[in-house]
Write a protein that binds this ligand. Structure first.
Ligand SMILES: NC(=O)c1ccc[n+]([C@@H]2O[C@H](COP(=O)([O-])OP(=O)(O)OC[C@H]3O[C@@H](n4cnc5c(N)ncnc54)[C@H](O)[C@@H]3O)[C@@H](O)[C@H]2O)c1
Length: 261
């Protein structure tokens, strides 16, 4: 028996970055729960049964509009938008991107802000706007503990001890903290339109990180482990469902207690 509080079946979801590590978990998990899932991503990949993939660059308003129009024709207005597409600095980032703050490249700053902030802003304008017109919807904007608090540079000391230069870059943190207030702004702006807007703040997700990083990271987490990608899904289902009907403008922190001490 499905608990009606958490029943999302038949509803329409848009998941940006739905081909990535976490986005795929959301896309498959929401499709498993009977949602019609539209994946907006710049790359292709596995599409769950009942879902559709649209080639969308979230920094390009026209591509978001075209995908929304196509999906609305078949499914009607979306009930859920998960703004999950994001850029961090990859492990193989060029040296100057993971070098000292003082020389962090302006182009890298713009690229990260473009996807993480402007991309979320544009998708909220287009998809959130359609939700407001329909008088219903839930938006989940994804942030990070590095948007809530500073990165802990000590976690990367093992790389410096190996002789590498490594500073966790600034742009990701700046971009993810912007998400917190975009959420609050829109939660109040759309509060009487039936659209709820919340932030989902996640801690580091287990992804076969080097043992030295894992040891340093987990020592700082009260629960003593990284987040399993599947554990982020419960928060998305909660925010998509009627169980969260009075929740708006909030920040749901899924961090194993990282920010609690
Ligand atoms: N993995 C973590 O440890 C972690 C921790 C906290 C928060 N987060 C956040 O969760 C989200 C997903 O992270 P992930 O680890 O799954 O990342 P990922 O790199 O695996 O996936 C990101 C996805 O976004 C897509 N994307 C990038 N630019 C895009 C654009 N311009 N338009 C459309 N799609 C675009 C990529 O193609 C990719 O499929 C991000 O917002 C990230 O900041 C991740």
């Amino acid at each position: 028996m499905t608990d009606p509080l958490f029943d999302v079946s038949g509803r329409v979801a848009v998941v940006t970055g739905g081909m990535g590590q976490l986005g795929a978990v959301y896309a498959f998990g929401l499709a498993d729960r009977g949602m019609k899932v539209a994946i907006f991503d710049v790359t292709g990949g596995d599409v769950p049964t009942g879902a559709r993939a649209y080639e969308v660059d979230v920094t390009d308003r026209a591509s978001i509009e075209a995908a929304l129009q196509a999906l609305e024709q078949d499914w009607g207005p979306p009930d859920l938008l998960v703004n999950n597409a994001g850029l961090d600095s990859p492990p193989d980032a060029p040296a100057d991107e993971v070098g000292p703050f003082e020389s962090y490249p302006e182009g890298s700053f713009d690229a990260v802000m473009d996807v993480n902030v402007k991309g979320t802003f544009l998708t909220c304008q287009v998809v959130g706007g359609a939700m407001a017109r329909a008088g219903k919807g839930s938006i989940v904007n994804v942030s990070s503990i590095y948007g809530l608090l500073s990165p802990v540079q000590d976690l990367y000391a093992f790389r410096r001890e190996r002789g590498e230069t490594f500073v966790k870059p600034v742009a990701y943190s700046v971009s993810k903290s912007a998400i917190l207030n975009l959420t609050r702004y829109l939660a109040t702006y759309w509060a009487k339109s039936g659209v709820r807007v919340n932030t989902l703040t996640l801690a580091g997700v287990w992804n076969e990180q080097p043992a030295e990083f894992l040891a340093a990271y987990t020592a700082r987490v009260p629960m003593g482990r990284m987040l399993d990608a599947e554990e982020a899904l419960g928060a998305v289902v909660f925010l998509a469902s009627d169980a969260s009907s009075y929740v708006t403008g909030s920040n749901l922190v899924v961090d194993g207690g990282w920010s609690a001490w």
